[in-house]
Design a protein around this ligand. Structure first.
Ligand code: LLP
Length: 417
């Protein structure tokens, strides 16, 4: 469920007409619903309540400080992947002991900064990284907590670019290597091996591959335990899918029902890292129709948002539902050609929707749904387009949470020589 719905033929966010926001803040514009973000967080919390897990929201999905603060204030931890995300975690005063840090390419500075902040643990992705963290810990005279990310060679049904646990992907360590390291952990005297981490991919709509992954990691935990290795944490990552189109993903409660018995039998403290599930359907991208172009082949609805604002359709052929803000413009089926909804960028990959039953005229506003996760965060200045504004609706309040960039911002760091 989310808080975007039609009221008297106008698309509203938490009851406020989105058109008013589009007029006030201009387009393109990201609009987020605070209630939806929190409802989704609470859904996961409730579903997993018997385990009292640490829920570390995955910052990469939507890193706006106001979104992070909403969640941190409700007790969420954060899953980070860079020094920049660590900085954001600090900015919203996330308790260091609720921060976990993954990524295959942590730099020396990033590792040092995270140790100094006192994060809960690093999710370590390779033996060389483990050695580096051990060396830095020695230099800083600290003992540092780590979990080993294990690559279980599991292939959930999702886009190839967001599968992360097939053995040919760069993430995590082979199970045998992880076992070997855990058993010989005395070789890393400045590290505490606290747990294991698995994250098999994103936008996963069925429990099966996750259950398989947990079963595999359970066997590994059992094997190392037999060799005297005591672990405290099992981090099962994120990945819960949402509805973009015709997907019928499991609910958090259904997913929990499938994995809870298994997780209970492992009896380690559980960490979850949901991103998309919390923010995906809590955000839309609002855009205005610039032109309608009819060619013999096709109809193009040309909008003011492009692939630089939302790259998911171009990069993953992802489907985002596109609807008018005012319902009376909605096309009655079969009256005209299907339309491609395209942006102003000079690339044929610049589309937000293809072959859609959508009728629109110049000046109409449209909403691209399900844009709260991996939307603004993946946007760029390509074609020298300033990044767009973001607003957060919180009941009757509307807050600008990121200003629209200006042309001046575009060149602010450049030097003419
Ligand atoms: N934990 C780790 C270690 C991750 O790599 C990710 C996402 C998550 C948690 C959160 O996954 P989620 O719950 O959001 O599925 N840009 C792509 C998605 C990339 C996901 C990267 N890792 C997209 O737009 O579909």
């Amino acid at each position: 469920m989310h808080e975007f719905a039609y009221k008297r033929d106008q698309l509203c966010c938490e009851g406020l007409p989105v058109k008013d926001l589009a007029k006030k803040f201009a387009t393109p514009l990201y609009v987020y619903s605070a209630k939806t973000v929190l409802d989704h967080f609470l859904k996961i919390k409730k579903a997993f309540a018997p385990l009292k897990p640490l829920i570390c929201y995955s910052v990469k999905a939507n890193s706006n400080l106001s979104i992070l603060k909403l969640l941190v204030d409700k007790g969420a931890g954060l899953d980070i992947v860079s020094g920049g995300e660590l900085y954001r975690a600090q900015k919203v005063k996330c308790l260091a002991k609720k921060v976990v840090y993954a990524s295959v390419g942590k730099t020396v500075k990033e590792i040092k900064d995270a140790i100094e902040y006192g994060i809960l643990m690093f999710n370590v992705e390779s033996a060389p990284e483990l050695e580096r963290i051990n060396d830095i810990a020695a230099e800083l005279n600290r003992r540092v907590d780590v979990a080993l990310r294990v690559n279980l060679d599991i292939s959930p049904k999702t886009h190839a670019y967001i599968k992360t646990a097939k053995k040919e992907t760069k993430f995590g360590m082979e199970p045998d290597l992880a076992k070997d390291i855990l058993i010989n952990q005395r070789c890393y005297p400045n590290l505490n091996m606290k747990g294991v981490h698995i994250h098999i991919g994103s936008q996963i709509t069925e429990a099966r591959p996750c259950v398989d992954a947990i079963k595999k990691i359970k066997a590994l935990i059992k094997e190392v335990k037999a060799q005297g290795v005591i672990l405290e944490y099992l981090n099962i990552g994120g990945g819960l899918g949402i509805i973009y189109d015709k997907e019928r993903p499991q609910t958090a409660a259904k997913f929990a029902r499938k994995v809870l018995p298994l997780l209970k039998s492992i009896s380690l403290k559980v960490i979850l890292e949901p991103g998309r599930f919390i923010v995906g359907n809590a955000g839309i991208l609002v855009t205005k129709v610039l032109y309608v172009k009819n060619t013999i082949q096709k109809k193009f609805i040309i909008i003011d948002a492009g692939m630089n604002d939302l790259i998911r359709p171009s990069l993953y052929q992802a489907h985002h539902t596109i609807v008018p803000l005012s319902l009376y413009r909605r096309k009655t089926k079969g009256t005209s050609k299907k339309a491609d909804i395209v942006g102003p960028i000079c690339e044929s990959a610049d589309f937000l929707g293809k072959e859609r039953d959508l009728d629109a005229k110049v000046g109409d506003y449209l909403a691209v749904l399900g844009a709260g996760a991996y939307g603004f965060v993946m946007s760029s200045n390509y074609n020298s387009r300033p990044r767009v504004a973001e607003v957060l609706v919180k009941g009757k309040e509307v807050k600008l949470v990121r200003k629209r960039e200006t042309y001046k911002d575009l060149v602010a760091k450049e030097i003419i020589v």
